[in-house]
Structure formats: structure tokens, C-alpha cells
Design a protein around this ligand. Structure first.
Ligand code: AMP
Ligand code: MG
Length: 411
């Protein structure tokens, strides 16, 4: 009897349960972009913290009679200074954008609507209204409000908010440590000569780059292990010192696919082996005796690329305390019909094309799962769901922009 492989979603959900979240460290604010916030950030003051002039002009006491009489200028308020004094409703103070509007003034008439006569009196050619051109204290946010929740992936825009509340030592999660092992008698390193049946190891270097690019810096590269049990087992033992071990190759059903046996010999408990997805069906995932996560990827480079973003990175991000760790799809139409002969979910590589204001996903033709150079043209992957063998052109798909640089994609 053929046992149905579990779905990609089931596999990811079951592995996420085994992920342990790292502890917390502090980084200086300038280093916080790219890290994951570990505690909530709270407004320590109202924002704005005082009634703030939103224009350069004159602060007045609103009466509705601003255009009907001259005003006496009784002072000047620059940003960062405080003005205090008595004022009648025929008095005004000159005020600059960003300055605190002093009591009893309650409106600002912008400088463009004012004329100062020779004697120093001001005439306004536009009336005020109560609160005009004043950002009221607390109108953006009240003191005590949560501005950024824990688990947020901090980006440059958060740095402004963290600065504004005076958070200089930022609590962030530690990232898990990761070890990478490539297996295969056929492999040589990119800096070595390759001829005959040998091929260059691309998976390990892809994984190292992808980890670095995703903010994982404590990464150990274990090199290439030949397909013999002693070598692979010894390397696995070394790799189990890291929080995550990712092994490339050797998890399928060939006679040299010895990785699952070697992992078992090192005390790794199998959680799943084989999921209904293409590329990368024979993926292995397990847990080491001290709670480390082990993922064995089939060596096919396309599978390694897709599984890194769709399977491994979510686990790593969860371990890093991220509140959102699943890949986020965008729903877009496909330009041409797409097929799925896999009997599971298929991740196809695609490029975004924007023509006449409409963005569509264009599948990049590939010669099957061994053809990974076609991914050089891709912006990401899209899903052809399990149970769907044919998707007509124009159908909406879930597109995951794992590689795209979308700062400029208008065609
Ligand atoms: P395996 O899963 O070990 O049977 O490998 C499947 C395919 O991926 C074979 O064609 C391997 O030669 C290729 N492959 C395995 N490891 C790597 C690697 N590190 N870099 C590039 N290709 C690889
Ligand atoms: Mg192999």
C-alpha cells in the first residue's frame, strides 16, 4: 500500500511545534534594523508631547475677529523654547514650526496670511479657527500606547519610532546558530576544478548566502562529506552542536542516500520524511536529542532553494522570536497556463511582469527540478495547489516574492 505523503502545510505546522525560541540580548539602536524586537515599545510621552505649531506664523487667541483689527506682537517662540507671559485677545506671538504653542494662544495663522506694518502691528488677511495649524498634544498617540509589538521584524522605519521614545539599548532575540553540511561523492567546491562526473557544490554556498541575507550570522560550514557512513556521521555529530543543522543531499531512496540512517545513529528522531510537494519531495526533518532541529534536503538545487525559503526560513524566524514567520504571498494572475504533474503542491519559479498597469506572474520555463540556473531569472515562486493539475492563464496564484527586487519593476 502506498502511504500518502503529508502536505507541505502539515509538514511545516508540525515542525514549527518543535522550534524553541531563543533568548534576548540588547543591541544599540543603530544596529537594530534587521533584528527582531523582543519586548513591546511603549510611548513614554504623548505624541506630540505638547501643542505644536504646524506652520511658521503667529499664534493668536481665536475670536473670529482676526481679520478685523491689528494685533500687537508680544514675543517670539522658537522650537525648543518656552514663552510665558500675559496676552490679551489682540496680542499674538511670532511662532515657528515645531515650537510649543504657549497658553493662552489656541490658533496659528500662517505667515503667508499676515502682514507686519511699519509700526510693528500685524494684520491678518485670513481668519483663524480654534486649534488651526496646531498639532494637539497626544493627537497621534497617548503616553503608554504600544507603538511596536514584540516579535516585530525591525526595519529602518521602526528606528525613527524607537529613537523618539529614547530606546537606545534595544532588546532583540538572539538568532539560532546554524550548521550546513553538503553530502555527495560527486561534489567539489567552486574553487576546485570540476571535470567528468564531478559537479560543483552550489547548495552549501546558496544556503550560506541565504542565511547571511536573512540575518543569520552564526553559521558554521562543515564542508562536503563523501557518501560513506563514518564521514557523514562524524560531520553530523559536529553539526548537532548548532541549534539547526541543514544537510544537503542523501535523503532520497538511492543506495547512497544514507543521511537518515546516519542521523538516527546520532540520536536524531525523525519527525517527517517526504512531503507532497515538488520540487523537494524527499525532505527529512527531525529533532536531535538535545532539542536541535535537523532538516535534510534532497540535493536537487531547485528543491534546496525553494525549501530554504518555504520551509527552513519560517522555522528559523520562529526560533528568532518573529511574530510573523510564514512566507507572505501576493495574489496575482498568471500570464500563461501552468501545469502540475506532481500529485502534490508544486512550487514553480516565476518572474513578475507589469504591462499596461497590470502585474502578472510569468512562469520561467525549466527542464525539471535539476534545472536551477533558470531561477536566476526569477522574482519568486508561485503555488499550483495540490489536486490541481492545470491552471488556465489569468488564474490567480499565490506568488511568494522571495528573490524580487521590487524597487523598480514597472515595465
Ligand atoms: P541527492 O539528493 O544526494 O540524490 O542529489 C540529488 C541531485 O542533486 C543530484 O543530481 C546531485 O548531484 C545534486 N546535488 C547534490 N548535492 C548538491 C550540491 N551540494 N550542489 C549541487 N548539486 C547537488
Ligand atoms: Mg547524493
Amino acid at each position: 500500500m502506498r502511504i500518502a505523503a503529508i502536505t507541505y502545510e502539515e509538514a511545516l505546522a508540525s515542525m514549527l511545534l518543535f522550534v524553541r525560541i531563543q533568548d534576548v540580548r540588547e543591541v544599540p539602536l543603530p544596529d537594530a534594523a534587521g533584528e527582531i524586537l523582543a519586548r513591546e515599545v511603549i510611548a513614554d510621552r504623548n505624541i506630540p508631547p505638547f501643542p505644536r505649531a504646524a506652520m511658521d506664523g503667529f499664534a493668536v487667541i481665536w475670536t473670529g475677529k482676526e481679520t478685523e483689527r491689528p494685533y500687537r506682537v508680544v514675543g517670539t517662540v522658537n522650537p525648543g523654547t518656552v514663552w510665558s507671559g500675559d496676552a490679551s485677545d489682540a496680542d499674538c506671538v511670532r511662532i515657528m514650526t515645531g515650537a510649543m504653542v504657549p497658553a493662552p494662544f489656541d490658533a496659528v495663522i500662517q505667515v503667508e496670511n499676515a502682514e507686519v506694518d511699519r509700526g510693528g502691528a500685524v494684520r491678518f488677511n485670513a481668519p483663524a479657527s480654534r486649534g488651526k495649524n496646531i498639532a494637539q498634544e497626544g493627537e497621534d498617540v497617548l503616553r503608554g500606547t504600544v507603538l511596536v509589538p514584540p516579535g516585530t521584524f525591525l526595519s529602518t522605519r521602526h528606528i525613527a519610532t524607537l529613537s523618539s521614545v529614547g530606546l537606545w539599548e534595544v532588546p532583540v532575540y538572539r538568532r539560532p546558530t546554524v550548521a550546513i553540511l553538503a553530502t555527495g561523492d560527486e561534489l567539489v567546491e567552486p574553487w576546485e576544478g570540476a571535470s567528468g562526473p564531478k559537479i560543483r557544490n552550489s547548495n552549501a554556498h546558496f544556503l550560506l548566502a541565504a542565511l547571511k541575507h536573512s540575518g543569520f550570522r552564526e553559521v558554521r560550514y562543515l564542508g562536503i562529506a563523501r557518501d560513506d557512513r563514518e564521514t557523514v556521521t562524524a560531520k553530523i555529530r559536529e553539526g548537532l552542536a548548532s541549534d539547526f543543522l541543514v544537510v544537503s543531499g542523501g535523503v532520497s531512496v538511492g543506495v547512497v542516500d544514507i543521511v537518515p540512517d546516519c542521523l538516527a545513529a546520532c540520536g536524531v528522531r525523525k519527525i517527517l520524511h517526504k512531503i507532497a510537494v515538488k520540487p523537494g519531495k524527499p525532505i527529512f526533518a527531525g529533532e536531535s536529542s538535545d532539542g536541535g532541529i535537523v532538516v535534510g534536503l534532497p540535493g536537487n538545487p531547485m528543491a534546496v532553494m525553494v525549501h530554504f525559503y518555504m520551509f527552513i526560513r519560517p522555522l528559523l524566524l520562529k526560533a528568532s522570536g518573529a511574530a510573523e514567520f510564514l512566507p507572505k504571498p501576493i495574489r496575482l494572475p498568471i500570464a500563461e497556463a501552468a501545469v502540475n504533474k506532481s500529485g502534490g503542491k508544486r512550487f514553480a519559479v516565476g518572474r513578475l511582469e507589469t504591462i499596461g498597469g497590470e502585474t502578472r506572474v510569468v512562469e520561467i520555463p525549466s527542464h525539471g527540478s535539476g534545472d536551477f540556473v533558470s531561477a536566476c531569472l526569477a522574482d519568486g515562486v508561485f503555488e499550483i495547489p495540490l489536486g490541481t493539475s492545470h491552471l488556465p492563464a489569468g488564474e490567480t496564484v499565490r506568488f511568494y516574492p522571495i528573490w524580487g527586487n521590487f524597487l523598480s519593476n514597472e515595465g
